[in-house]
Design a protein around this ligand. Structure first.
Ligand SMILES: *Cc1c(COP(=O)(O)O)cnc(C)c1O
Length: 336
């Protein structure tokens, strides 16, 4: 895999740190849990979308775009990171927000990522849950074209074969870190949603013949659908990279037992995981993605899913900015 063949901008703070979480590992009684700090990618507070955007925005520039369109849920971390890099590249960034939860909390609708989208001056428009967001983006693109603009559509989560290259790159980076420090990685675990992160990782690990198993913890779709979405995108990514067939269906594994009530609703296990990471390691997770990913990791450790001396790398995909939209979800005391 030779990523320099693809257009790319360099704005992410890479390599992100790979750190041991000794206190958390001890609290759980093993295995050895490491954390790959993709919450520290630098752009707009960081997160996994930044790696994807290095390839997506380069493609947009190469195609002569002058306007970006993207979509996500109200508290979309992808929207925040896209708004930030679009601002830096002096392109307006139209954000279509799908109201997936219907929550009326003012903090949820205006604080957290939404506050930041607006600081980046991105026009926001709200759509009801279940809207065909791709069709809505196409419709806006047609209007902008009629006005003489050159819009570029970035799919939700930046998850297409171009964005997934960001996580092929992350797989190569993590392998290099592990090889230079002598860390034998037994499992990689992370939260999976729009599929680009896991698709890129499995393609990168498979294409490099490292065959490190990846476990995606789902945040929305049921297991079968999530795995199929990831596999389809991994196939497209491998083809785009010139290594068609590199990923086998059985290499794509998701566990979707930690979604709780649904996308955007933190389950009790999500809140417990957020508190546990904060209180043992000082690390901030989020209520929509990384908190569910960590809840899955913690529960699987407790159930004995991993060997006691395994080395597990949890990829922290970011999202803590959404915490400020979710104060009411935590049962926090008042004080005086
Ligand atoms: C988008 C996101 C994910 C999921 O990544 P996908 O590539 O969409 O599967 C995980 N964690 C956070 C914090 C995210 O914003």
């Amino acid at each position: 895999m030779h990523l320099a063949r693809f257009p790319r901008l360099h704005f992410a703070h890479l390599s992100t740190p790979l750190e041991p979480m000794k206190n958390l590992s001890k609290a759980l009684g093993g295995p050895n849990i490491w954390i790959k700090r993709d919450d520290c990618t630098g752009l707009a507070g960081g997160g996994n979308k930044t790696r994807k955007l290095e390839f997506l925005m380069a493609d947009a520039l190469q195609k002569g775009a002058d306007t970006i369109i993207t979509q996500g849920a109200t508290q979309s971390n992808h929207a925040r990171q896209t708004a930030a890099i679009a601002a830096k590249l002096e392109m307006p960034c139209h954000i279509l927000l799908e109201d997936r939860t219907g929550m009326e909390d003012v903090e949820y609708n205006y604080n957290g990522n939404v506050l930041l989208d607006q600081l980046y001056n991105s026009p926001l428009k709200k759509y009801p849950a279940g809207t065909d967001m791709n069709a809505a983006m196409e419709e806006l693109a047609e209007q902008l074209k009629a006005d003489g603009k050159k819009p570029y559509i970035i799919p939700g989560g930046g998850s297409n074969e171009i964005g997934a290259l960001g996580y092929v790159n992350a797989a190569i980076e993590l392998l290099h870190q592990a090889n230079t420090t002598g860390l034998k990685i037994d499992h990689v675990v992370h939260a999976t949603g729009s599929a680009g992160t896991q698709a890129g990782l499995v393609t990168g690990f498979s294409g490099s013949n490292s065959l490190i198993p990846v476990l995606g913890i789902g945040v929305r779709a049921p297991k079968e659908l999530q795995e199929n979405n990831v596999f389809k995108l991994a196939e497209r990514t491998a083809e785009y990279l010139g290594i068609p067939g590199a990923v086998k269906r059985e290499q794509v594994v998701a566990n979707c037992d930690y979604v709780g009530e649904g996308y955007g609703y933190p389950a009790p296990s999500t809140l417990e995981a957020i508190k546990m990471f904060a209180q043992t390691e000082g690390i901030l997770l989020d209520p929509v993605y990384s908190g569910k990913g960590a809840a899955g990791l913690i529960d699987l450790v407790r159930k004995g899913h991993f060997n006691k001396d395994d080395n597990i790398v949890f990829i922290h995909t970011g999202g803590a900015q959404a915490l400020f939209g979710y104060r009411s979800a935590f049962d926090l005391p008042s004080y005086n």
